[in-house]
Design a protein around this ligand. Sequence first.
Ligand SMILES: [Zn+2]
Length: 170
Amino acid sequence: MVSGGSDSEDDGIAKNNFPTFKMPPKMTDYKWEVGTYFAMKQDFIDAVRTYAIHSGRPIKFKKNDKVRVRAVCKPPCQWNAFCARLPDQETWQLRKVWKGKHTCPRDFKVKLLSSKWLGTKLKPCVRENPKLRITDIMDKTQEKWKTSVTMTKAIRARTMAFDAVDGSFR
Ligand SMILES: [Zn+2]
C-alpha cells in the first residue's frame, strides 16, 4: 500500500524501488504488484486489456477519468485493480489490487478485446497477406486467444491494420 502525503526520506527511497511496467509477451499469469508505475494511463489500460484477453477474464473498466482508473472483474469474482495518476505528473501508479484468485469461469467472449487491440496484432498478417479474409481473422483470434470476436470488430480491426500498414508505406 502506498502511503499518501508523507515526505519522509524513507518514503522517497521506497518509491524509487517500484518498477515501471513493461508489457511482457504473456500476460496470462501476470502478478500485479501495488506500487508499479505506468508511464501513462494508456499503458495501464493496455496492460489490463491484454491481461483480460490472455487470461480470458470478463474484466471491465468501472471508473476511467483523468486521475483514476478502476478495473473490475465480473461479480461474484472480486478481482479488481485501481490505478491513479501521481499529483502533477504524467506517471500513474497501481494503488490497489485484489490478491485473491479469480473465481470467474473462463470467458470465451472477452469484451475488452477491442478492434484497435486486434488491429495492432494484425499488422504483420496484413503486410504479408493484403487479402486477409474476415473469417480468417475470426478463426485466428479464436485459435490464438481462445475468445470469439464479432464480425464487426474483425472488419474494423482489419481496416485499422490496413490503414496503419498503408500509412507506413507513404
Ligand atoms: Zn475474475
